[in-house]
Ligand binder design. Structure first.
Ligand code: GDP
Ligand code: CA
Length: 332
């Protein structure tokens, strides 16, 4: 059996632990197609937060408490940068993590595409699943906000900070998320570069050969949507041979962790299992889903044209998460 998972960072990485455990039980192959919309250049280094969350988590090197970054991390570089007043200072750049970004940036500068760089990093971490960035091309999630223009950070590439006549400006997703905690008047999300991006090598092929496509319980607006924004990728999922089953990141009207509620509000979508299911939509109706797995708290959720079932959806440990994956696959 071949399983393809569309995924973001922390939530997606935890889900992949369960997918991998399940796949080991039944002898399945797993390919993860990972969001790159959060990627950014910091102090000249290319940082790919979602790919790194997945690599570190599956490779056993992630900080479980914090959720992101490396276990046993130290912060000397961050402290030294702060002593120089080097901006941006709001992004947590740990020493061990920096080594990953150095290797990645060196390889990218030498001309290797991100997909090959990721494969090279994976030889160290042995994630046990095939990791593919959604695209090798530049695709960055920017957020159109207003107010707080005095705080624009010119040091962050692409956060130009120049407001238009309505006082609106674009900030990089990370600035919006990490620095502003999504707490600023927000108008919309833009996936810069999406029009001309191509799926990374292997992505369309994996989807064409899949027996099932799972949409991880990742943030639908800023983790899954930028994956689907790569031209041809949504079509390869929606028009592919494999059934598509999504797992809700929202339980009982709230995201389990993070700020998906704020992201959904920007789109005017209700923060509920039904809201997110409806946002993805039924494959039979121009959307994506054949099946939608919700939590027992959300039993009775209906998404027109989609088979909805419930199962415990808290990824407390690997066996619980593997059971979740089994329940998702039983929806096929
Ligand atoms: P990010 O890229 O690091 O923000 O991570 P993702 O987008 O992959 O995942 C974030 C989402 O995971 C959030 O919207 C959470 O609601 C969801 N999430 C986190 N833990 C759990 C869990 O135990 N169960 C479910 N169903 N969703 C979860
Ligand atoms: Ca992310």
């Amino acid at each position: 059996m071949r399983i393809v998972v569309l995924t973001g960072g922390i939530g997606g990485a935890r889900f992949l632990l369960g997918v991998r455990a399940y796949a080991r039980q039944v002898g399945a192959e797993v390919t993860a197609v990972v969001n790159v919309g959060d990627d950014l250049l910091l102090h000249g280094l290319k940082v790919c937060p979602d790919l790194d969350s997945v690599l570190y988590t599956l490779g056993g090197g992630a900080d479980r408490e914090r959720g992101w970054g490396r276990a046993g991390e130290t912060w000397t570089i961050k402290t030294e940068l702060a002593a120089y007043g080097a901006e941006p200072s709001w992004f947590g750049l740990g020493d061990k993590d920096v080594a990953t970004h150095l290797v990645r940036t060196t390889m990218l500068n030498a001309g290797y595409p991100l997909s090959q760089v990721t494969e090279a990093l994976a030889t160290r971490w042995q994630p046990g699943v095939r990791l593919l960035p959604a695209t090798d091309d530049r695709l960055e999630t920017h957020v159109i906000v207003s107010g707080r223009s005095e705080l624009a950070s010119p040091a962050l590439a692409n956060s130009a900070g120049t407001a238009d006549e309505q006082g609106r400006r674009a900030v990089h997703f990370q600035e919006w998320w990490v620095r502003y905690r999504a707490d600023v008047p927000t108008h919309r999300f833009v996936f810069v570069g999406a029009e001309t991006a191509k799926p990374a090598p292997g992505v369309v092929e994996a989807l064409a050969a899949a027996d099932v496509v799972l949409i991880a319980p990742s943030n639908p607006v800023v983790s899954i949507a930028p994956v689907l924004a790569v031209p041809g990728l949504r079509e390869a999922v929606a028009g592919g041979p494999a059934p598509v089953v999504g797992v809700s990141p929202v339980i009982g009207g709230a995201p389990v962790r993070g700020m998906a509620d704020r992201c959904l509000a920007v789109l005017g979508v209700e923060c509920s299992a039904a809201g997110v299911g409806g946002l993805y939509g039924a494959r039979s109706d121009g959307g994506l889903l054949d099946g939608w797995l919700v939590a027992p708290e959300d039993e009775g959720t209906a998404v027109p044209g989609v088979t909805v079932r419930s199962a415990p959806l808290r990824m407390t440990d690997e066996p619980a998460t593997a059971a979740m994956v089994r329940a998702a696959l039983e929806l096929m």
